[in-house]
Design a protein around this ligand. Structure first.
Ligand SMILES: [Zn+2]
Length: 183
């Protein structure tokens, strides 16, 4: 028998979602070209994105030696490039603002496009994938996506109505025996 979780359960039953820990904002431009990590000794390291050299970051977070590596010693970084501009994060990435409502709409369009079941959004693997894509992902149930679909339908129906009302001349409809899987 298929278990039918209540909407309460499906909203809250999966709590893998967590807000990202408030991370100190790195202001130094060196971090556009270094990736923070940890070495086997547990020390914080900064790996150069150009030559992959790992530099130990002191507990005081001083960045002068990191800067020196990028500007003076890195063998693979283009010479003369202003600091912070060797990273591959584009302006779009930097200005990107996450919007869960936009993402939910895109997920709905994805589900409609391939006629996936609404329960996809409750699948553990789907939620895991989305929370890997962004830790800001907020889980939602099939009830939510159904509601979204209905409001999208109502909104589009109004658009079609107004298009038809404003259409000049006669309108001719042609229909066929199409199903969503034929398109
Ligand atoms: Zn380097």
């Amino acid at each position: 028998m298929e278990s039918e979780p209540s909407s309460q359960m499906s909203e809250d039953g999966y709590s893998e979602y967590s807000r990202p820990k408030s991370k100190r904002k790195e202001t130094s431009k060196v971090w556009h070209e270094l990736v923070e990590g940890q070495n086997e000794k547990g020390e914080t390291i900064a790996t150069c994105i150009h030559c992959k050299l790992a530099l130990v970051v002191g507990t005081n977070r001083d960045t002068s030696h990191l800067k020196r590596h990028l500007i003076e010693s890195c063998l693979l970084r283009p010479v003369g490039l202003p600091l912070g501009e060797g990273g591959n994060s584009s302006r779009e990435e930097e200005e990107f603002v996450f919007n869960m409502n936009d993402l939910r709409k895109e997920i709905l369009l994805y589900i409609i496009a391939r006629a996936h079941p609404f329960s996809t959004v409750e699948e553990k693997a789907f939620r895991r994938m989305m929370s890997k894509a962004t830790p800001l992902f907020k889980t939602f149930s099939r009830a939510t996506i159904t509601r979204d679909l209905f409001s999208m339908y109502c909104c589009d129906r109004e658009k079609v109505k107004s298009m038809l009302l404003n259409a000049p001349g006669r309108i001719c409809f042609t229909t066929d025996n199409w199903r969503s899987s034929h398109t």
